[in-house]
Design a protein around this ligand. Structure first.
Ligand code: AMP
Ligand code: TRP
Length: 327
């Protein structure tokens, strides 16, 4: 079976962008691959989270992955920092990574520019190398992610190819997998920026834990564009985003939705988007709150994931150490 690896940062609650852009496709792919899903808490450290919040979010995100349909009977679910080897391999790979390529990463440039106190930790620069290590440690063939991770995946492929050039057949070269629609869900309040966990404006982000009233309210107050035409296009980022969200939720093509809602007002159209979101998020939210109370069960799932995963990481690490000449 092909090996699938992907991760999610437990920096905050999971939102609709994470679900439509990533997790939903993971639930399908887990049945056709050997899947490794992990909570990227080491990556989350680059945002300097409060320790208690990081701990709580890590467990909550595990509950949410299960609520979304990730199934421990099919997949390995674990916490990145609990498996030894991610940081070791990241160090080895960093010696094969060009500083220029890291400095050119748009995510690094964006995040560095947004640091309010002006402090840019080296971890932020190093972030994509750790991500490459996460992927190569398990010999991934397939990495399903949202569009925002494209550059990081390219770096991972470059590193695998460069390393294999010196040490043949060490790593499979992984293929990215982007969901067909909704690889990039935008903020409801600022439709030119992606919906993001770190957005301080919570009104722009639909969390999977939001209640029905909050979902309806957030969609009703989503920023739309001037004019009345209901169509997608670069001049209409707000309506395009809502159309894309509705298309992903109902699995109906955007063009068909444009025809169906062509004569509707923005208000009527938003009502339809809100009901589709309530129908999709409601059952996930119920499962999530039920699982959130089962702390011991969640810890057991993560312990089992760690056990199975550690054995795999050890094999790769031993091979890489050997090839590098470490005693
Ligand atoms: P993160 O929230 O950065 O840990 O992302 C977890 C997964 O969700 C990754 O595969 C991202 O590419 C994906 N993702 C995050 N934000 C969005 C978004 N606004 N639209 C689509 N996919 C997203
Ligand atoms: N950087 C990814 C994100 O923010 C999370 C992540 C960390 C990841 N390691 C990974 C995704 C390895 C895929 C594979 O979305």
């Amino acid at each position: 079976m092909p090996v699938l690896v992907t991760g999610l940062q437990p920096t905050a609650e999971i939102h609709l962008g994470n679900y439509l852009g990533a997790i939903r496709s993971w639930t399908v792919l887990q049945r056709r691959t050997e899947s490794f899903f992990f909570l990227a808490d080491l990556h989350a450290l680059t945002t300097a989270p409060e320790p208690e919040k990081l701990r709580a979010h890590t467990l909550d995100c595990a509950a949410m992955l299960l609520a979304c349909g990730i199934d421990p009977n099919f997949a390995h679910i674990f916490v990145q920092s609990q498996v030894h080897g991610h940081t070791d391999l990241a160090w080895f790979l960093s010696c094969w990574t060009s500083l220029g390529q890291l400095e050119r990463m748009t995510q690094f440039k964006d995040k560095a520019a947004r640091r309010e106190d002006g402090f840019v930790g080296a971890g932020l620069l190093y972030y994509p190398v750790l991500m490459a290590a996460d992927i190569l440690l398990y010999g991934a063939n397939l990495v399903p992610v949202g569009e925002d991770q494209r550059q990081h995946l390219e770096l991972t492929r470059d590193l695998a190819i460069r390393f294999n050039g010196a040490h043949p057949d060490t790593f499979p070269v992984p293929e990215p997998f982007y969901p067909e629609n909704c690889a990039r869900v935008m903020s409801l309040q600022n439709p030119t920026a992606k919906m993001s966990k770190s957005d301080p404006n919570r009104a722009g982000v639909l969390f999977l834990s939001d209640d029905d009233g909050t979902i309806r309210k957030k969609i009703r107050s989503a920023v739309t564009d001037s004019g009345r035409e209901l169509r997608s296009g670069p001049d209409k980022p707000g309506i395009s985003n809502l159309l894309q969200i509705l298309a992903a939720l109902t699995e109906e093509p955007v063009a068909q939705l444009e025809r169906r809602y062509g004569d509707s007002s923005y208000g009527e159209f938003k009502g339809a988007v809100a009901e589709a979101a309530v129908a999709a998020i409601g059952p996930i939210r119920e499962k999530y709150f039920a699982l959130k109370c089962q702390r011991d069960y969640l810890l057991d799932v993560l312990a089992e994931g760690r056990r199975a995963t550690q054995a795999r990481a050890d094999v790769t690490l031993a091979a890489v150490r050997d090839r590098l000449g470490l005693l």
